[in-house]
Design a binder for this molecule. Structure first.
Ligand code: FES
Ligand code: FE2
Length: 462
């Protein structure tokens, strides 16, 4: 082979059938969005380990990343009626989101404009017809304008809107309410990019929150989220032969995706991976179906495990929830389709794998983070959103199995998060940077490249 024919970095792929091959077998028409492929080599240098362990880097994120990045704070159904509000904390900052009389939503800094007391103590939902500071009793209307300043005679210098609550940028998409602490931030739309178009095919506003689990994890927020950005860990972490052929897309500086098909893989794909333990004999379609918890169903001639499993799921949703998913492709019913929005958000449009994630620093601790998992479920056409569940909160030492609402996902999350403490400790000992695969770990590199941009040009909070 001459040098000119040598594969370029990032061009190599695992052997065996691709995601596109699996989608071709779909029993329905596959949404255009899932047929798109978008990858370009982004470099192969190690990432500096300081990004995960240095107090100085963490502090720069507090100053330049979090106050300038769009992030979802809550769902629309957390503030259904006028007067409902929701407090969202990110690092040292706190934002209050409130539903107005006209149905719109506003956001404010959760801070008194007298001497700076935090107004609402705890994160989460509250109801208020107005806000009163617990220190000297200044109060504001729902729209942030001053209602009353006790002893107004001493404050002739508070005029007009001079002491209204500080507005925070707030936009809505997909049933989520997003905030950005930078008053001059570009619109959310600029960051969503292809997600805006793609999710028209997967409307997340028509879903309800079936479960919400919030867990403390023993790792930097980036270490933790990066454990969810590739399927390369499936072999060792989950002892699973699935994932070698996942498709990775990097659509923009802010949006990436993987598609990991369920119930379609070939052991040919595993031949790149060392060790006998994953070199199992090829599975039949019947065995694959059994692996999808359908051991009692005999496949007919020409049926595939994916088609049958997807149809069973459609019927289950119709019977149990009154939801019609007949038009929904097998891929959307079954697969792990994960979009990442910079810096810390994940949206899965699938039906069997229907989560939303958010990773945040835990106060000012570099080595721990808060991981929110929402499990979304389709709502029948025209149905109102039921009241969202209170988050189940789990500490670092607790197991996800203590949140039974997660069902089969709970032990999987225990595996996913079980290595984080080892990573946190190992990174502090490491003499080298973090090495990434060119294809399977490209999304992690994309986040770091964009993070560098924020650090370079971001504005400090004040
Ligand atoms: S600090 Fe809030 S009223 Fe004085
Ligand atoms: Fe995993």
């Amino acid at each position: 082979m001459t040098a000119s024919h040598a594969p370029r970095p990032g061009d190599a792929r695992a052997q065996g059938p691709t995601v596109a091959d699996a989608l071709q077998q779909d029993s329905r028409s596959v949404p255009e969005a899932l047929l798109e492929q978008c990858y370009a080599f982004l470099g192969d240098e190690d990432l500096p380990v300081e990004r995960y362990i240095s107090r100085e880097f963490f502090q720069r994120e507090i100053e330049y990343l979090w106050p300038n990045a769009w992030q979802w704070a809550c769902r629309e159904e957390h503030v259904p009626d006028a007067g409902d509000s929701y407090v969202y904390d990110i690092g040292p900052y706190s934002v209050l989101i409130a539903r107005m009389e006209d149905g719109s939503v506003k956001a404010f800094l959760n801070v008194c404009t007298h001497r700076g007391t935090r107004l609402v103590d705890a994160e989460g939902c509250t109801y208020t017809q107005g806000l009163t500071c617990p220190f000297h009793g200044w109060s504001w209307h729902l729209d942030g304008s001053v209602r009353n300043i006790p002893g107004q005679w001493d404050f002739p210098h508070t005029v007009g809107d001079s002491h209204r609550l500080a507005d925070v940028r707030c936009e809505r998409w997909g049933g989520f309410i997003f905030i950005n602490l930078d008053p001059e931030a570009r619109p959310l739309e600029d960051y969503l990019g292809v997600m805006k178009e793609h999710f028209q095919q997967f409307p997340l506003e028509q879903r309800r929150i079936r479960a919400h689990v919030q867990k403390l994890l023993p790792a930097n927020w980036k270490t933790a989220q990066e454990a969810f950005m590739e399927a390369y860990h499936n072999f060792e972490t989950h002892d699973s032969p699935h994932g070698a052929n996942a498709q990775y897309d990097v659509f923009s500086e802010y949006v990436s995706r993987f598609i990991h098909t369920i119930g379609s893989y070939s052991t040919a794909a595993l031949s790149d991976y060392p060790g006998d333990k994953w070199r199992k004999p090829p599975m039949t379609e019947q065995e694959i179906l059994a692996g999808l918890s359908m051991d009692d169903r005999e496949l007919g001639a020409g049926e595939t495990a994916r088609q049958v499993a997807a149809q069973a799921l459609r019927e289950q949703f119709r019977e149990q929830l009154g939801v019609d998913l007949d038009h929904c492709s097998d891929s959307l019913m079954l697969d792990s389709i994960e979009y990442h929005l910079f810096p810390n958000m994940f949206f899965f449009p699938g039906i069997m794998i229907p989560m939303v994630y958010r990773f945040r620093p835990n106060g000012d601790d570099i080595d721990s983070c808060i991981f929110d998992v929402l499990v979304l479920e389709p709502l029948p056409e025209g149905a109102d959103h039921p009241e969202p569940p209170e988050p189940t909160q789990l500490g670092i030492e607790q197991s996800y199995t203590e949140a039974p609402e997660l069902g089969w996902l709970a032990p999987v999350y225990d595996e996913d998060t079980g290595n984080l403490d080892l990573l946190t400790r190992g990174l502090k000992t490491s003499r080298k940077g973090v090495t990434l695969g060119n294809y399977q770990e490209a999304r992690i590199r994309r986040v770091h490249l964009t993070l560098e941009q924020f650090m370079a040009r971001g504005k400090a909070f004040r």
